[in-house]
Design a protein around this ligand. Structure first.
Ligand SMILES: Nc1ncnc2c1ncn2[C@@H]1O[C@H](COP(=O)(O)OP(=O)(O)OP(=O)(O)O)[C@@H](O)[C@H]1O
Length: 991
């Protein structure tokens, strides 16, 4: 098809692709290329620029202009679009081969430009890339040469421009100034290219290198040891660090590829080219701080991230304790590393080279305030509050262009912050292999490691929990308790934390080295003192305690010796010690112990802990826990006007522990320290709260529209309630909780559901009274999660597990169970890691279950062999209505096998073989299927390699078929004329 027709025929799609992100970067990049390739002259460009104009209007004008200019302009436009737009935005666009076929002139390699101004135009795309990290230095050169005025410089550096826009604005201004200015700029760029290590400004490399050396050795010393376990500091990170699973946060719908550590700051998964902040999100204890620590260590050793001359690590926990106003300069030098000399020069160098600097901020969720972009602060030397500095750095108003790496729990990432993210990477904890590797590293003695692993494999719920590194660490740490626990095998998070409690109290407490059955009673004082400290602080998002705070709660030296509190090295000085809990989840656990054992917690406090926590509730939360909050945390008061307090995911974790502690299984322990009536009362109240919480969710279910299923879309709070119920380990509570849930479809997509959540979900949902469709798409269920879900498969008529990292191993277990489940009729497994190995099992399922309705296996790794196995099952299947194999590789042989297998199937309504490498031979076989079927309505064959000959078979088959409504054929091997011709003959062929 001609390029002109492709452009005019796809006008709507092109408009959507170029405007959907709302950012002008795509269009501007295209204009750069078109200018360089002489498709546009300067006047065209000025007319098409986006400055101050609606993006869509500019795109429309560009499309019109290309069409008017004719075929070669359109061909180059298509080539430019395919080069510039990210793949996700190109989906569905057809470039008709123009993206490769017509080779545009190489940037800067065409005819030799006659003048510097022409060189700026023909090299424009690469100049934009080169300039965007060094605007300040280029302006300085132009200013010094008298080509630019201070006013020009200000105009280029307007805050509202992205770095690329600043670079373009600079080039535009140079163009308007003429040849002399262009020469200055080119010369500056050439000089810069000859000194690649320290671009822009070479004046003070020695000072920079000296500071870099100091920074490296400081960071290396800080990150060498893992900070956990009693602060003994003896576990080196090199010995214990285990790779965890990292993925681009979901949303693209693409199959997830695991990322390596260096990919975090690489291109993969970039959503917003103009933003400089990368977020690593992960649940509590998933290893975010440890991952940052590893990156810091590697940088300090020169083993990773070497593009960055300086790395400045920050802890949000520490920033939260910073009460002074301070400037960016003070923040860097005081919080990270003090320069021994030439501070002014060094700081100026840092400001001039933002792209060579990396800031990391660990634990955004621990800041007391929510991210806000309302208070602007742009001056690097003017003091302000630490959170204001942080927020302005993240959004790029301060030190634009500097790379930021932030970690946070997912709940604490607000939509406002998301707007400033370049990309989001999800940290998913350990894989099954990772757990094994960690346990082996943790135990010097291989026989102990083997026994721990055996006991984990024998207890799948516990194995599921070990995907979260902090739980894996506890389980490994407490191997003696684990291996000796006999029947009472740990199942829940509370079980694990009670195990570590017992371990520390018995092994580390100086006063009672002999293990005792009454260990709670023996240590009740310690528990209450540490519990009160933990709870007081949680109410005000405090995680670091001064000696004064310890004294206020009566915490003794002996309590500290138990090892739950460690000295906070960053904040302690010889005369002022500060402490923090070993891990924040342990702080939550101690807070829960206090809530359960204390007689000062009244009913309303407990009720409020279980309320859904919205932001506006956070002040309330403080009030609700007021009875046990100490004076100091109350005094902190509300934040300054306009800034919201951060959410408190830790209160949810605390509530989960409270539920677990009140479970009957732990009653004997708690009775050592609390009378039964008090425990009964609290337990009854928690059960009531959980039940009420569930009812509230059910009440929010809308009445279905006519013809639709009654469906509930669960929010994160629902999963939390389910986890609390699981912690109670009482099936009657689980049964009552869902007794009133009457839905046909339960949607639990994008909720970070991993194996731990699957265990809890299955525990509760198995009690549903009528079968549901369980939609778990876009989570991290994995093979272990699938196994955990099996108990509730009985009540599922459909299960949707798209994009969940599931392999043949997990799916085989699911099918084995599914074959026996009466209600089970549909499964969707799009975007997983399935291969031919699982197809025999599906064939068995189809043979044995005469009422199975839908099998969707799109975007996996199934080839012709797998299709042949499936076909065996299809031969005896008389119920299947939907078969989806989009994005596999069954090719002609597979299509033939499937078509043959489906010949006798009198129920099939919908078949998708999109993008499967099928040619005309396959089309011929599918034509036979069309002839024999009187149920098939839709056949999807988009993106294959069927030629005109293959389509002829389909045409002839359709002449004899009345049931088929459409055969989708876009993206096959037909010329535009052929497409025209066949659609004239058969309207049901859709291109
Ligand atoms: N990659 C890893 N290799 C070895 N151990 C790890 C790893 N990640 C985490 N751990 C263990 O788990 C503990 C908790 O991890 P970490 O503090 O990094 O989690 P986090 O995600 O930052 O938690 P939170 O959000 O609650 O602060 C660590 O102290 C360490 O013992």
């Amino acid at each position: 098809m001609s390029a002109q027709r492709l452009v005019s025929g796809q006008r709507v799609e092109l408009l959507r692709a170029l405007c959907c992100s709302g950012a002008a970067e795509g269009l501007e990049g295209i204009l750069d290329l078109l200018l360089a390739w002489d498709v546009l002259v300067w006047e065209d460009y000025l007319g098409l620029r986006t400055l101050g104009r609606p993006l869509c209007a500019c795109v429309r004008e560009l499309l019109d202009l290309a069409c008017v200019r004719g075929e070669s302009a359109c061909a180059l436009l298509l080539a430019a679009i395919s080069r510039v737009l990210p793949e996700a935005q190109n989906v569905g666009l057809s470039f008709g081969g123009y993206e490769q076929g017509l080779t545009p002139p190489l940037e800067g390699a065409g005819t030799d430009p006659k003048s510097a101004a022409q060189a700026l135009q023909s090299d424009r795309p690469s100049l934009v890339r080169k300039l965007r990290g060094g605007i300040a230095a280029a302006l300085k050169a132009l200013l010094e040469a008298g080509s630019f005025t201070a006013y020009d410089c200000d105009e280029v550096q307007l805050l509202l421009y992205t770095p690329s826009q600043q670079a373009r604005r600079l080039l535009d201004l140079v163009h308007s100034k003429g040849e002399a200015a262009a020469e200055v700029l080119l010369q500056h760029i050439q000089q810069k290219e000859h000194s690649p290590t320290l671009p822009d400004n070479e004046e003070h490399p020695t000072e920079c290198l000296l500071y870099q050396k100091k920074l490296r050795s400081t960071i290396s010393a800080q990150s060498h040891f893992l900070s956990t376990y009693g602060g003994t500091g003896t576990q080196s990170l090199d010995d214990i660090y285990t790779e965890a699973l990292l993925e681009v946060a979901q949303g693209s719908g693409e199959a997830q590829q695991p990322l390596g550590l260096e990919d975090i700051l690489g291109q993969a998964g970039t959503l917003n080219e103009e933003a400089d902040t990368v977020l690593v999100s992960g649940e509590a204890g998933s290893g975010k701080s440890t991952l940052l620590q590893r990156l810091h260590l590697l940088w300090a050793r020169g083993a990773a991230l070497q593009d960055y001359l300086f790395l400045f690590p920050f802890s949000c926990r520490r920033l939260s304790t910073e009460e002074r106003e301070l400037s960016l300069r003070e923040l860097l030098f005081l919080h990270c590393c003090w320069p021994d000399r030439d501070q002014d020069l060094l700081f100026q160098f840092i400001l001039d080279h933002p792209h060579r600097v990396l800031f990391t901020f660990d634990g955004m969720d621990e800041l007391r305030l929510c991210f806000s972009d309302e208070r602007r602060h742009c001056c690097p030397t003017q003091p302000t509050l630490a959170p204001t500095l942080l927020f302005n750095l993240l959004q790029g108003s301060l030190m634009k262009g500097v790379r930021k790496l932030v970690t946070s729990r997912p709940e604490a990432v607000s939509p406002t912050l998301k707007r400033y993210l370049c990309k989001e990477v999800a940290l998913k904890g350990f894989s099954a292999d990772g757990i094994e590797c960690f346990v082996r590293r943790h135990h010097g003695d291989p026989s102990v490691a083997a026994r721990v692993l055996d006991s984990l494999r024998a207890n799948t719920a516990l194995f599921g929990l070990c995907h979260i590194p902090v739980f894996c660490w506890i389980v490994s740490q407490c191997n003696r308790e684990l291996l000796g626990c006999g029947n009472g095998r740990p199942q829940t998070i509370t079980d694990i934390y009670l195990m570590v409690l017992q371990h520390f109290l018995q092994c580390r407490s100086p006063c009672r080295p002999v293990p005792s059955l009454c260990w709670v009673q023996d240590h009740v004082g310690t528990l209450m003192r540490l519990g009160q400290l933990a709870l007081d602080a949680l109410g005000s998002s405090s995680y670091v305690f001064s000696s004064v705070e310890l004294q206020r709660c009566g915490v003794t030296e002996e309590d500290i010796c138990t090892g739950f509190l460690i000295q906070s090295h960053n904040l302690s000085s010889p005369d002022r010690k500060h402490y923090e809990f070993l891990h924040v989840t342990l702080q939550c656990f101690f807070a829960a112990v206090f809530i359960v054992l204390s007689n000062t917690i009244d009913q309303s406090s407990l009720a409020k802990l279980f309320r859904p926590q919205h932001r506006q509730d956070s002040i309330l939360t403080r009030v609700c826990l007021g009875s046990c909050l100490s004076a100091s945390s109350k005094q902190e008061g509300a934040p300054e006007g306009g800034v919201e307090e951060a959410e408190r995911p830790n209160l949810r974790i605390t509530a989960t522990f409270v539920s677990g502690l009140l479970s009957q299984r732990h009653r004997h322990l708690l009775l050592q320290a609390c009378p039964a009536p008090a425990l009964d009362r609290k337990c009854r109240q928690v059960v009531r709260c959980l039940s009420k919480g569930m009812q509230k969710h059910f009440r929010s279910i809308p009445q279905p529209l006519k013809g639709e299923k009654k469906s509930m879309h669960a929010m994160p709070g629902f999963i939390w309630l389910i986890k609390c119920i699981y912690e109670m380990q009482d099936s009657s509570i689980a049964r009552d909780a869902v007794a009133n849930l009457e839905v046909e479809h339960l949607k639990l997509t994008y909720l970070n559901i991993g194996p731990v959540e699957c265990t809890a979900l299955a525990y509760v949902l198995q009690h549903l009274r009528s079968p549901v469709g369980l939609q778990l798409d876009y989570n991290s269920v994995g093979d272990v999660g699938v196994e955990q879900l099996l108990p509730c498969l009985e009540v599922c008529h459909s299960i949707y597990l798209r994009n969940n990292n599931i392999t043949d191993e997990g799916i085989c277990k699911l099918i084995e169970k599914g074959v026996q489940c009466e209600n089970f009729q549909k499964i969707a497994l799009f975007n997983n890691k399935l291969t031919d190995a699982c197809t025999k099992h599906f064939a068995e399922l189809l043979k044995k279950r005469s009422d199975f309705l839908a099998l969707r296996l799109g975007n996996n790794y199934i080839t012709a062999t797998g299709a042949e196995h499936l076909a065996e099952g299809l031969k005896s299947c008389q119920s299947l209505q939907y078969l989806g194999l989009w994005g596999n590789k069954v090719r002609d042989r597979g299509a033939e096998a499937l078509a043959l297998g489906l010949q006798s199937c009198s129920s099939l309504v919908w078949l998708s073989l999109v993008d499967n490498g099928i040619g005309s031979t396959g089309a011929r076989a599918l034509a036979e299927l069309i002839k024999s079927s009187n149920t098939l309505e839709e056949l999807w064959l988009t993106k294959n390699c069927i030629s005109r000959e293959g389509v002829e078979y389909l045409l002839q088959a359709l002449e004899k078929n009345t049931s088929v409504k459409s055969v989708w054929l876009k993206g096959n091997d037909l010329s535009p004329e052929e497409v025209e011709e066949v659609t004239q003959r058969e309207k049901r062929l859709i291109f």
